[in-house]
Design a protein around this ligand. Structure first.
Ligand code: PLP
Length: 439
């Protein structure tokens, strides 16, 4: 499999190079050049997520030196619980993606990326700096995946004051090879700083820069596998396709779902759930695609005004009329998020995080308009990460997963930083110089 840039002005590369580069040299995002087809029959005896992922991803690794390591990568990174929990309502499930070390779905992809990158042919000889702009959860997942891994440094940028207190603690609690910057700006500012550094070829080459953002191909690929596993489980049990309602910010998670459906998995309708940052929902409602400034909401990991993976979606569907028929979308206000957390808890006895609540609210609207197909709400984070929002809305205390509790017991610190691309590049250079003179 070769990987091509969405902007079409860079040469096609192999998987390893696409993973290591993060962004294509022309500023575009890497996409697989081929469209492998893998229907349910090809997964016949496969049950576990690592097994299913290995089968699903085989064509994407084909021809690359990493192909020999695919089984090991899947076993190491994806051996996490993946409950498809009944909601109590006959046609609705929760796909819980929050059982990894940092209690959000980003753990799957971050762990996969780390497992793949440390097996790149040049890994022993190359020191890499992983840059990650985060709206809350990516940074911690990436830090957890690369923490104390020889040959890797991680630099996290997050918008100061715009993540939950527990998220901020998680982002700053790793230390060692992880440096955390709290940026006086928005998530889009952080993302632009990372993009500016990555698209400076000299800087990027000198420092071995790479990205672990949702622009990274290494995140997109593994995310396809849990949609494969969940839809196959449902297909085997019921003979029906499973639709997904996906809480959406940068569109990485939902795009992986679409790619799994395009590859032939038994996936029904895919519905994007936005918060008040509704650029995608407006687009699918027929408006022009227009970037917005970011509104802070209760579902902060989805506070994105310029969803970076939209470029990939457009590349897949150059014709706007077809693209608009491919996915459905809607958006949910903060007051609806709160109301949904409350009513879902009293009706189903389950506590949703604010992100998952956007999906639940949207599905409720679909049900009222007569849609009785089978759907899974994609539960993207554990509610305990957002207890200051969730706890007052539900009756019983929100239990904390042990892995999250362990992280919150560590001391945390983050360095203040201005939202300035040039300052960031200078800082990276100085830091590398200081490391070199120490060595
Ligand atoms: C990152 C994140 C999202 C948004 O996912 P995208 O892939 O950026 O669309 C939704 N919910 C939670 C909890 C997240 O951390």
């Amino acid at each position: 499999m070769k990987y091509v840039s969405t902007r079409g002005k860079s040469p096609a590369v192999g998987l390893g190079s696409a993973l290591a580069a993060g962004l294509a040299p022309d500023g575009g995002l890497y996409m697989p050049a081929g469209r492998p087809a893998t229907g349910p029959a090809e997964f016949a005896d496969l049950e576990s997520l690592p097994q299913i992922a290995r089968r699903m991803l085989q064509p994407y690794f084909d021809g690359d030196p990493l192909a020999d390591s695919l089984a090991d990568i899947c076993a190491e990174a994806l051996d996490l619980p993946l409950p498809l929990r009944s909601s109590g309502d006959e046609h609705t499930w929760l796909l819980e993606l929050f059982h990894g070390p940092t209690a959000a779905f980003k753990d799957f992809a971050a762990r996969f990326l780390a497992a793949a990158m440390r097996r790149l042919p040049d890994a022993a000889a190359t020191r890499r700096t992983v840059l990650v702009a985060t709206s809350g959860d990516t940074g911690a997942a990436v830090a957890a995946a690369f923490h104390q891994r020889p040959g890797f440094d991680v630099v996290i940028l997050y918008p100061d004051g715009k993540v939950s207190p527990r998220q901020a603690h998680q982002l700053g609690c790793f230390g060692d090879n992880v440096t955390t910057l709290r940026v006086a700006g928005s998530f889009d500012d952080c993302q632009n700083m990372v993009k500016a550094a990555l698209s400076d070829p000299a800087l990027s080459a000198t420092l071995g820069l790479t990205s672990a953002n949702s622009i990274s191909l290494g995140r997109l690929l593994p995310q396809m596998s849990y949609y494969a596993a969940a839809s196959l489980r449902h297909w085997r049990a019921s003979g029906k396709k499973l639709g997904f309602v996906v809480p959406t910010g940068n569109l990485g998670n939902a795009l992986a779902c679409l790619m799994a459906r395009n590859a032939g998995l038994p996936i029904g309708e895919i519905i994007l759930a936005n918060n008040a940052n509704c650029v995608l929902s407006d687009y699918f409602a027929g408006q022009d695609y227009a970037l917005r400034s970011v509104l802070p909401t209760l579902a902060n990991a989805m506070d994105v005004g310029a969803p970076s993976n939209f470029e990939r979606l457009r590349w897949l569907y150059p014709k706007q009329s077809r693209l608009r028929k491919t996915l459905a979308a809607g958006w949910v206000s903060d007051s609806e998020i709160k109301a949904t957390i409350r009513t879902w808890n009293s009706r189903h006895g389950q506590v949703l995080c604010p992100h998952t609540a956007t999906a639940a609210c949207l599905l409720e609207r679909r049900r009222l308009s007569g849609d009785d197909a089978d759907y899974a709400l994609v539960a993207t984070a554990h509610p305990a990460k957002f207890e200051s929002i969730v706890q007052p809305l539900v009756s019983a205390p929100v239990g904390m997963p042990p892995a999250l509790a362990r992280l919150l017991q560590r001391p945390a610190s983050a360095q203040p930083f201005q939202a300035d691309k040039e300052l960031f590049k200078d800082w990276l250079l100085e830091r590398a110089g200081a490391e070199r003179s120490q060595a």
